[in-house]
Design a protein around this ligand. Structure first.
Ligand code: UDP
Length: 321
């Protein structure tokens, strides 16, 4: 039986992972630690399971009376406006969080980490294989996130080399879906919230910059398989994402078609906004045979829109109750 620690489990992706961890019959205890900086307690409010404990704490200073068989490190903001506002805290959560979590791991335990396609920066090759070393500005506006993810990868793979630590690292590409914060600030949720609230849908620059948008259920299925379900020999970073690359403007237009009356406005481009991003899934196809992003962005966006609508309705009901 496994004792599991999930850092960042009240967040968007973390809470989906918590649900899947609790489906495992070999998990005897799941501790979620989250400081609720970008995570939300309500993402876990539906959980009724005696094996589950929530602790509100920074990951770096998390105190635990016991050690764990598995740790999952998802404790970090992922949205540019959030991490740019508190860059030192972002670096600390990722890197010092990894140091702290490694200390809480039992001998022979497993350390799983969600890294990011941001390690590729503004890529000069497309699609990006895991072997691509990236084009990142280590003093640029995104550096607190990009470089702390990169350094945490370095820390983990050196721990693997020096101490034989069992490490699983994924690099995620623009994940979206239910349980994104309303004020998250990333593209899909921003566009949906703006459209639903009758505000202009804000495109930074011309909108021709592109991303590979992965619906959260598909992505978390990949995480589950890589982190614990499949017998995995692969001990290097793994791209997990949708390899269909779509310009930002197309996503915005699609959302405007779904919400009558919505309209687009163009704002100044964001400094050092990556122009493109697309995973090379050659390794993923070998390591996770049959895994793929089944949900095209057209359907994923519609599902996310439906979820945001239901949230707005329940907020309204709560306010008028
Ligand atoms: N973006 C935009 N308007 C918004 C939010 C984002 O045009 O209101 C653009 C942003 O400039 C970037 C892309 O959408 O080119 C994806 O941004 P997001 O913050 O979702 O993710 P990231 O930049 O980290 O890939």
């Amino acid at each position: 039986m496994k004792s599991v620690l999930l850092a960042g489990g009240a967040g968007f992706i973390g809470s989906h992972l918590a649900d899947r961890l609790l489906k495992r019959s070999d998990v005897e205890r799941l501790v979620v630690v989250d400081n609720l900086w970008t995570g939300l307690r309500e993402n876990l409010a539906h959980i009724r399971d005696a094996r589950f404990t929530f602790v509100r704490s920074d990951v770096e200073s998390f105190q635990s009376p016991c050690m764990f068989d598995e740790v999952y490190h998802l404790a970090s903001p992922a949205s540019p406006p959030w991490y740019m506002q508190e860059p030192e805290r972002t670096i600390s959560a990722n890197l010092l969080g990894a140091f702290r979590l490694r200390d809480l791991l039992l001998p022979g335990g497993r350390f799983c980490f969600t890294s990011t396609s941001e390690v590729y920066g503004d890529p000069l090759v497309s699609p990006q294989p895991e072997s691509y070393r990236g084009s990142v500005d280590c003093t640029g506006p995104r550096s607190s996130y990009d470089e702390s993810k990169r350094c945490t990868e370095a820390f983990l793979f050196e721990s693997q080399r020096m101490r034989g630590l069992d490490v699983r690292v994924v690099r995620l590409f623009n994940v979206y879906g239910p349980r994104t914060r309303e004020d998250d600030g990333r593209a899909v949720s921003n566009f949906i919230m703006q459209a639903l609230n009758g505000r202009p849908v804000t495109i930074y620059g011309d909108g021709m910059q592109s991303r590979s948008w992965g619906y959260v259920d598909d992505i978390v299925e990949g995480l589950e398989r890589f982190f614990w379900r499949d017998p995995i020999e692969h001990r290097r970073p793994l791209n997990v994402g949708n390899d269909r690359e779509i310009p930002v403007i197309d996503v915005a237009r699609h959302i405007c078609r779904l919400v009558p009356g919505a309209r687009i406005t163009h704002l100044d481009p964001v400094p050092q906004d990556p122009t493109n991003r697309r995973p090379d899934l050659t390794v993923a196809n070998r390591v996770l045979p049959g895994w793929t992003c089944h949900i095209p962005y057209e359907r994923g966006v519609a599902l996310t829109l439906k979820w945001f609508r239901s949230q707005l309705t329940s907020d309204y009901t709560a306010m008028s109750a």
